[in-house]
Design a protein. Structure first.
Length: 77
């Protein structure tokens, strides 16, 4: 994600012609965005990082629901 932020910031600085970014080649602007694309579209699915994140989020949600049910049963209204 930091690559996306860096690429976006560089893009804005180049488009608004801020300071030394006026003379920076477009290749330097595109490189962080291209690396982010490669990471999110190739590397992350290849190693299953996207599925691991989703699984971890589901587990946390499940634990929250169980805790809420236990708390609700302890203190009936």
């Amino acid at each position: 994600m930091p690559l996306v932020w860096i690429g976006g910031l560089l893009l804005l600085l180049k488009l608004f012609e801020v300071g030394p970014f006026v003379n920076v080649s477009w290749w330097w602007i595109i490189v962080p965005l291209a690396l982010a694309f490669v990471f999110f579209e190739i590397i992350e699915p290849l190693f299953g990082l996207d599925k691991k994140k989703a699984h971890d989020e589901l587990e946390k949600a499940k634990q929250r629901r169980v805790k809420q049910q236990l708390d609700k049963n302890k203190h009936p209204r």
